[in-house]
Design a protein around this ligand. Structure first.
Ligand code: NAP
Length: 485
């Protein structure tokens, strides 16, 4: 298999917050990887922009170290690294004041794609948009990339949308959700809409339920203060998991183009039923020998913020009425794994007798991490003598194995999404109305907790979450997949 790397047009990309953690770990090493793969033209330019004073050479050294630490492939390719560093420069710019803007404006070229990546705290997004407008360096063809979190609730998301739209058209705004840039997430659409095999079964008649899991082994660590204001619902469910849910549940768009896809996703969010307290379990990890509890990590013993959440959701439309969708996410769990499992119903009648063990459902698992790939569990006859006994076997496809050395060329989520920004393709970015609809669904749920003042259930570090989360499925004769399966 030969992978095709199609170079993008030359561009000027300004990374506000170019000296921050996200730029250092993801954006800059990702851009280097695209350069290394031959996708960035040599006359492209990448400008780091933050408050602190720094020379171009100091910024290049900062990026060299970031590449050495975080780029996966190509980090030993000295000539390529030197070539990439030549694209870089640095400007000290204050998002809230006028310092540095004139110099930045003078640097931007007219005849290339201009993109501005807002990799700064959300309180600065509006200031950046305003200054880009004031110094006339945005222009009609410029794009802005806005990092998460996109608002804290419906009101703040609406305010942010209104501020950005004062200066930019919706077609210029790229709200990034890096989950959408993952190879498997896009493959989900390819599998659903590129085959006839699955789509006829993809509905409440044949699907018993769906599970979406994003499990982490780490705690909140150094992000405690930020995380405690957010919690699993705001940090994971309202954005990343909602996006996964949309892709799994949406109707086929008439075409794979931005608004067609985003229209269908929006319909899913709007069809979500409100979720009552009986269908939600919130948890907080406790401590253990050598492991700090959530309270210790956030330095607040009275915190009622959840580090784990499990929920049962319903989509009220023709396709999904009656099929529950269970989502769970949490920190300090036993495994680091993200997956979507579509659990099909049992065959309506067993011709092999009534042994309940022989009545199994097919399960399609889409693994986001680790080892991106897919797995379809099918029932076959146990080989050998002994009659017609059934067993389950996985039809397993790991991208790394299926693609061999070509897998090294698969861009990671940030790389792919930044290239989409340069190409002007918004398909994998959230539209403003999607972000607002997701908050409109999440807000009443969060408000009801705040009103009730409920404390989350404690769970052991290294466990699968609170017992009550297991009961959410047990009480209906189902069980969570063991995420190591
Ligand atoms: P960070 O490490 O705190 O970096 C913030 C950056 O903003 C620094 O480069 C800082 O530069 C710059 N900055 C601060 N005030 C400024 C101002 N007034 N004008 C210009 N630049 C200013 O934050 P981060 O972790 O990179 O996160 C950046 C954004 O990405 C946030 O919205 C965050 O929620 C989001 N995000 C981060 C991650 C992650 O893994 N880190 C993941 C997902 C989303 P100076 O120090 O020079 O001021």
């Amino acid at each position: 298999m030969v992978s095709r790397v199609i170079p993008v047009d030359p561009f000027d990309l300004v990374i506000f917050g170019g000296t921050g953690d996200l730029a250092r770990r993801k954006i800059l090493p990702g851009l280097y990887r695209r350069y290394w793969a031959g996708q960035l033209p040599d006359d492209s330019r990448i400008v780091g922009a933050s408050r602190r004073e720094m020379t171009d050479d100091e910024f290049r050294q900062f990026v060299r170290e970031a590449i050495e630490e975080f780029a996966i492939e190509g980090k030993d390719d000295a000539p390529k690294i030197d070539g990439f560093l030549k694209l870089l420069s640095y400007n000290a710019v204050d998002a809230t004041g006028d310092q540095g803007w004139k110099e930045l404006a003078d640097k931007m070229r007219e005849d290339v794609v201009r993109a501005y990546y807002f990799s700064v705290g959300p309180s600065l997004f509006g200031h950046l948009a305003e200054h880009l407008h004031k110094y006339k360096i945005a222009g009609n063809h410029a794009r802005i990339v806005v990092e998460k979190p996109f608002g804290h609730d419906l009101k703040s998301a609406k305010d942010l949308n209104a501020t950005l739209r004062k200066y930019f058209a919706e077609e210029q705004i790229y709200r990034i959700d890096h989950y959408l840039g993952k190879e498997t997430v896009q493959n989900l659409m390819a599998v659903r809409f590129g085959n006839v095999l699955f789509e006829p079964l993809w509905n409440a008649l044949y699907v018993d339920h769906i599970q979406i899991t994003v499990a982490e082994t780490v705690g909140v660590g150094g992000r405690g203060t930020y995380y405690d204001k957010s919690g699993a619902m705001r940090d994971m469910v309202q954005n990343h998991m909602m996006q996964l849910l949309c892709l799994i549940a949406m109707e086929p768009p008439h075409h794979f183009e931005p608004d067609a896809v985003r229209d269908e996703k929006l319909k899913v969010i709007r069809a979500l039923d409100p979720v009552g307290p009986q269908d939600i379990v919130r948890g907080q990890y406790s401590g253990a020998e050598g492991i700090d509890s959530y309270f210790t990590d956030v330095e607040d013993e009275r915190s009622t913020t959840e580090s784990f959440i499990a929920m049962k959701l319903h989509i009220s439309n023709w396709r999904w009425k009656g099929t529950p969708i269970y989502v769970r996410t949490g920190k300090r769990l036993k495994t680091r794994a993200s997956e979507i499992a579509v659990v099909f119903k049992h065959p309506p009648h067993s011709i092999f007798g009534e042994n309940p063990n022989d009545r199994r459902g097919n399960v399609l698992v889409i693994r986001l991490q680790p080892n991106e790939g897919m797995n379809l569990r099918v029932t076959i006859k146990e080989p050998g003598p002994g009659g017609m006994r059934l067993i389950e076997v996985p039809l397993d496809m790991s991208f790394a194995e299926a693609l061999g050395p070509e897998a090294a060329d698969i861009p990671d989520a940030y790389e792919r999404l930044i290239m989409d920004v340069i190409r002007g393709n918004q398909t994998l970015f959230m539209r403003g109305d999607e972000a607002e609809a997701a908050w409109a669904w999440a807000d009443p749920i969060i408000e009801s907790w705040e009103k009730a003042g409920d404390r989350p259930k404690l769970y052991d570090p290294g466990s699968a979450g609170p017992e009550e989360a297991l009961m959410l499925l047990y009480r209906e004769g189902r069980r969570w997949r063991d995420i190591r399966e």
